[in-house]
Design a protein around this ligand. Structure first.
Ligand SMILES: [Zn+2]
Length: 422
């Protein structure tokens, strides 16, 4: 039933390799555990930044992020920052905040939130969306040798899992040339499609001539239409049960005009757009824009699509839009979904409805992992798509069990083009 060759339609190769070298906080069951893990990493290294990844405050008994002050104490005043598992929130120590120029008087950057103490107005250390990148950009960048090592590690991990094709959904400018170099040296061995951010799509299209290979291709442009579920920045059609202050329905990151313009821009280059849209309002906004603009290039896609309104399900097939979800996200998200969107659980990953409405697995329905946000093992997504709950959970905990699909259908969504049999 499992195809011999697999495609991961949504991954981040450089980040996968880099994250593997950071302090892993995935297994931490509390804030204290997370702080002591970072403290231990600080003790083990003499200098430099202490970088963490995989923090999942949602899963702790008390879901509050570590503060800058708590981090300062743990790492004895050094520069330290740690990503939430979804890479849409980051906690930073005081020195890390200072390195990024974030002071009590700094304004929120466009598309980002510097979380502040209600009384003092001081930044707490928690940074959401674009604000997180202020600190991340202050971290010394990986060297060329680091990048090569990170990418080779990621490629090796994916090959071991049976992947012959991977789509990189936020490709940095150096990734195409590096992959071409690896391919020329016979060190790649998988196909990679690159989706650089929209802001760089023209230059990527221009430069791709020098790095395009049989196995290395420019896939299209990438945009973010909303945030994430766990950060409560997914853009929803209805209110979150427990929203961010002042943002009852999350956060739209693009206006309809901006979306139309983005679609025209990539279509003019003969490329499709891959739009990150997690909430049902974001998904609808992308479908609306595609319907308005009617791009001529095939392959326009919606990434994640974690919630889809009933009314929008048939629009994927009728507009020929690829739905690119990562069912594996459902497994760790069960508690957050139940807490934040109890009234919309029936709209979470409506895979049964999508397939029944003509969204064919392997052609219009493509599965991926979004590694390093979760591990890239395809069995996780197949399990989530078929069972709708984690192993060992009671059946009653299943999220939208009516939307379960057959294992063969789930595997077909991992089959590279032309290899799907369902
Ligand atoms: Zn992603």
């Amino acid at each position: 039933m499992k195809p011999r060759h697999l495609r991961d339609a949504h991954a981040h190769l450089p980040q996968h390799g880099r994250a593997a070298e950071m302090v892993r906080l995935d297994g931490c069951a509390s804030k204290e555990a997370c702080l002591s893990q970072l403290a231990a990493a600080g003790d083990a290294s003499a200098e430099g930044w202490i970088l963490g990844a995989g923090l999942r405050a949602e899963s702790w008994p008390e879901p509050t992020y570590p503060t800058a002050r708590e981090l300062d104490e743990a790492v004895r005043g050094r520069a330290c920052c740690a990503w939430s598992f979804d890479y849409h929130a980051l906690v930073a120590s005081s020195l890390a905040l200072a390195s990024a120029g974030i002071t009590p008087h700094s304004a929120d950057p466009p598309g980002g939130i510097v979380c502040r103490d209600e009384r003092s107005g001081q930044p707490t250390g928690l940074l959401l969306e674009a604000a997180a990148h202020l600190v991340w950009d202050a971290v010394p960048a990986p060297s060329e040798a680091d990048r090569r090592r990170h990418v080779l590690r990621a490629v090796g991990d994916m090959k071991r899992l049976g992947f012959v094709e991977v789509h990189d959904l936020h490709a940095p400018p150096w990734l195409g040339p590096l992959l071409a170099e690896l391919d020329d040296a016979d060190e790649l061995g998988i196909r990679v499609e690159l989706f650089p951010p929209l802001a760089r799509i023209e230059s990527a299209a221009e430069q791709a001539g020098s790095w395009r290979r049989d196995r290395v291709r420019l896939g299209g442009g990438k945009v973010f239409v909303d945030g994430t579920l766990n950060s409560r920045t997914a853009w929803m059609l209805s209110d979150f049960a427990d929203p961010l202050p002042g943002r009852p329905r999350g956060q739209a990151m693009m206006s309809p005009d901006e979306l139309d313009e983005a679609i025209r821009r990539v279509d003019a280059l003969g490329l499709p757009l891959a739009a990150h849209a997690i909430g049902d309002a974001a998904v609808r906004a992308v479908l609306d824009a595609i319907e308005r603009v009617r791009p001529r290039t095939p392959g326009f896609r919606i990434e994640h699509a974690e919630l889809i309104d009933e009314r929008d399900v048939p629009r994927f097939a009728s507009l020929g839009v690829i739905c690119s979800p990562q069912p594996c996200h459902l497994l760790p998200d069960i508690e957050a979904l139940t807490r934040l969107l109890p009234h919309r659980l029936d709209r979470v990953l409506p895979l049964r409805d999508l397939i029944d409405a003509g969204t064919k697995p392997g052609e219009l329905l493509l599965f991926g992992s979004d590694t390093p946000i979760v591990r890239p093992n395809p069995e996780d997504s197949v399990h989530a798509a078929v069972h709708r709950r984690r192993v060992g959970m009671d059946v009653s905990a299943s999220i939208a069990p009516d939307q379960a699909i057959e294992p063969a259908e789930a595997w077909a969504a991992f089959a590279p083009h032309g290899a799907a049999s369902v």
